[in-house]
Design a protein around this ligand. Structure first.
Ligand code: ZN
Length: 137
């Protein structure tokens, strides 16, 4: 007998992630502040210890915004032909804002995908700080 799927199981991982919601219940918030992952879901208690998207959201965000932003940048340049200072004032701040805007949804999406694929917490611990290994030799 298979367990009854939760409401979050029937919701697309992309939709849950983009809304930064808990992968199990679909209701609790995933993030605290801008990008900090909560310790657990306040709604269902799911431990978020498995969640470690590392630099993935930044990589995919820069790739996405870089590709689409370059198309927009070139269209702006070739159609409007603005002076270079217009790019400094308009284009570059827009690109930076777009990179920041996609970080949260991409992080949420990656965490939901990790949970659905059975990611587990780290099984090892650090043996010390950088440079302390010399004492062992
Ligand atoms: Zn939850």
């Amino acid at each position: 007998m298979t367990p009854k799927p939760s409401p979050a199981d029937r919701t697309s991982a992309l939709w849950l992630g983009l809304r930064c919601r808990c992968p199990r219940c679909g209701e609790g918030p995933l993030l605290r502040g801008f990008l900090k992952i909560r310790d657990a879901c306040p709604n269902c208690g799911l431990d978020y210890g498995f969640a470690d998207p590392a630099d993935g959201p930044a990589f995919f965000g820069m790739s996405l915004v870089g590709t689409l932003g370059m198309v927009a940048f070139m269209a702006f340049e070739f159609i409007v032909q603005p002076p270079i200072w217009a790019h400094l004032i308009v284009t570059f701040p827009l690109l930076a804002a777009a990179c920041l805007a996609v970080l949260r949804p991409l992080k949420g999406w990656m965490v939901v995908e990790q949970w659905r694929r059975g990611a587990a917490p780290d099984e090892w611990q650090s043996v010390g700080k950088h440079g302390e290994g010399r004492k062992w030799r």
